[in-house]
Design a protein around this ligand. Structure first.
Ligand code: HEC
Ligand code: HEC
Length: 386
C-alpha cells in the first residue's frame, strides 16, 4: 500500500513535468501550419519609393513622435499609438481634440495589410498615415505646416535628404505625402515578436512531440475549438486575419440615432481620396498595385462591416472597432452567445453561436492569450543627423 502510494506520487510528479500533447489529425496539423511561420518576410510596398530604406525609417520614427505635426503642437501619432501599449492606447474610443467613434488599433504588423482603418478607407499605409494629420478631431494640421517643418527644421530637413536623396522640394502636398511615406516606412518595421503559439506551431510542423508538450494543454484544447469553429475563415494565415471585412454582430450605434456604417462609408471615402492608389502619388509606375482599388465594389452588404483584426499581440483590450468588449473573456462569450439575427450580411453565415461550456470558454481564452507576449521594450530613436 505504502509502495503503491509512493508510485502514484512519482507518476503524478512525472506527468506534471512532461505532459502528453493532444493528438492532432493531418487536417488539424495543416490548419495549424497555415498560421505561420513567424515572422514572415519583410513587407513590400511598391507604391512607396522609400519603403524599406533605413533613412526613411529613421525619419519616420522621428515624425511619428513629432508633436509639431499637429496644429497646436500638442499631439503626435505616439499620443494614441503608444509603444508600451502595443501601439494602441487602451481606450474604448480614441481621444483626439474630441472623442472619436472608434478604438485606436494596434500598429503591429500593419505593413502586411492591404486595406487600412477599421472601414478600409485607406489603400496604402502612407495614405492612411495622412488621415490623422488632416482630421480636425485629431492633429488638425495641413500640408503647409508639415511641408514648412520639413523645409525649415534643420534635423528634419537633413533626415529628409538622407531618406529621399535630395533636399525637401516640390509643392506642399507632395511634401505631406513624402512625410507620410517616411511614417509608413517606419511603421512597416513594427513586426510583433514570436509567441508561445509560434513555438508550438513549429513543433507541430516538425513533429517534435517533446517541444509540443511545452505548450499548455488548456491552450491546445482552445486551439482545437478555434479550428473546429472555423474562426480562421476570417482570422486566417500567419497574422490571423484575411485582411478583409466582416460583421460579427457588434452594435454599430455610435451615439443615439447615429450609426457607424463601417466598410460602406469607408469605400466612399476611398473612392474620393486624392491620396488613393489611383492618384498621382502612387510610386508604382506599373500601376499593378492599384487593381484592388480600381475593382472594389461598394455593396449594400458592406453596411456594418469592419476589418477583421489580427489576433497577434492585440494588447490587453478593449476589443472590437469601438471597444465594445472589454476582455478576451467577453469576446469569447460574444462568439458563444451571438444572436444570428443580429448579423445583417446575407452571405453564408460564418458566425453562429458556439454555445461553449465554461471550461471550453476558458480554454479558448487560454489559446488566444498565447498569441501575445509582454510588449518588448523600445529604445529611444537615435538623433537624426547627429
Ligand atoms: C487621436 C488618436 C490618434 C492619433 C493622434 C493617430 N491615430 Fe492612428 N488611428 C487612430 C484611430 C482611432 C484609428 C482607426 C481609424 C478608423 O478606422 O477610422 C487609427 C488608425 C491608424 C492606422 C490604420 C491601422 C490599421 O490597422 O489599419 C494607421 C496606420 C495609423 N492610425 C497611423 C497613425 C499615424 C502615422 C499617426 C500620426 C500621423 C496617427 N495614426 C495618429 C487614432 C489615432
Ligand atoms: C466572419 C468573419 C469572422 C469569424 C468567422 C470570426 N471573426 Fe473574430 N472578428 C471578425 C471581425 C470583423 C472582427 C472585428 C469586428 C468589429 O470590430 O466590429 C473580429 C474581432 C475579433 C476579436 C477582437 C480583436 C480585436 O483586436 O479587437 C477576437 C479576439 C476575435 N475576433 C476572435 C475570434 C474567434 C475566437 C473566432 C471563432 C470563434 C472568430 N473571431 C471568428 C471577423 C470574424
Amino acid at each position: 500500500m505504502r509502495w503503491l502510494g509512493g508510485a502514484l506520487v512519482l507518476a503524478l510528479a512525472a506527468s506534471a513535468v512532461a505532459q502528453t500533447p493532444l493528438q492532432w489529425s493531418q487536417e488539424e496539423t495543416r490548419a495549424i501550419a497555415r498560421h505561420g511561420p513567424w515572422p514572415p518576410p519583410a513587407p513590400r510596398d511598391p507604391s512607396n519609393r522609400v519603403a524599406g530604406s533605413p533613412g526613411a525609417v529613421a525619419l519616420g520614427e522621428h515624425l511619428f513622435n513629432e508633436p509639431r505635426l499637429s496644429a497646436d503642437g500638442a499631439m503626435s501619432c505616439a499620443t494614441c499609438h503608444i509603444a508600451g501599449r502595443d501601439w494602441a492606447d487602451g481606450r474604448t474610443r480614441a481621444m483626439g481634440r474630441a472623442e472619436l467613434d472608434r478604438r485606436t488599433p494596434s500598429l503591429w504588423n500593419v505593413g502586411y495589410a492591404h486595406w487600412f482603418g477599421w472601414d478600409g478607407a485607406g489603400d496604402s499605409l502612407w495614405s492612411q498615415s495622412i488621415r490623422p494629420i488632416l482630421d480636425s478631431r485629431e492633429m488638425a494640421s495641413d500640408a503647409g505646416r508639415v511641408a514648412g517643418l520639413l523645409r525649415e527644421d534643420k534635423a528634419l530637413a537633413c533626415g529628409y535628404e538622407r531618406a529621399f536623396g535630395h533636399r525637401p522640394d516640390g509643392d506642399d502636398e507632395k511634401l505631406l505625402v513624402d512625410a507620410a511615406k517616411a511614417l509608413a516606412a517606419f511603421q512597416a518595421t513594427l513586426v510583433s515578436p514570436r509567441t508561445p503559439f509560434d513555438a508550438f506551431r513549429d513543433a507541430v510542423v516538425a513533429g517534435d512531440r517533446e517541444a509540443m508538450a511545452r505548450y499548455p494543454l488548456a491552450a491546445q484544447r482552445g486551439l482545437k475549438i478555434f479550428i473546429d469553429a472555423k474562426c480562421s475563415a476570417c482570422h486566417f494565415g500567419p497574422r490571423f486575419t484575411n485582411g478583409e471585412f466582416g460583421d460579427v454582430g457588434i452594435p454599430f450605434f455610435t451615439r443615439p440615432g447615429e450609426v457607424d456604417a463601417g466598410r460602406l462609408d469607408g469605400l466612399g471615402k476611398l473612392a474620393s481620396s486624392a491620396f488613393n492608389l489611383l492618384g498621382r502619388h502612387n510610386d508604382d509606375a506599373s500601376g499593378a498595385n492599384a487593381l484592388r482599388t480600381r475593382h472594389v465594389q461598394r455593396l449594400h452588404s458592406n453596411f456594418g462591416e469592419f476589418r477583421v483584426p489580427s489576433l497577434r499581440q492585440s494588447g490587453g483590450g478593449p476589443f472590437m472597432h469601438n471597444g465594445h468588449l472589454a476582455t478576451l473573456e467577453d469576446v469569447v462569450k460574444h462568439y458563444s452567445e451571438v444572436n444570428p439575427d443580429r448579423l445583417h450580411s446575407d452571405a453564408i453565415p460564418l458566425v453562429r453561436p458556439l454555445a461553449l461550456s465554461a471550461e471550453q470558454s476558458t480554454d479558448l481564452v487560454a489559446f488566444l492569450r498565447t498569441l501575445s507576449v509582454a510588449p518588448p521594450p523600445r529604445v529611444a530613436a537615435a538623433p537624426l543627423c547627429p
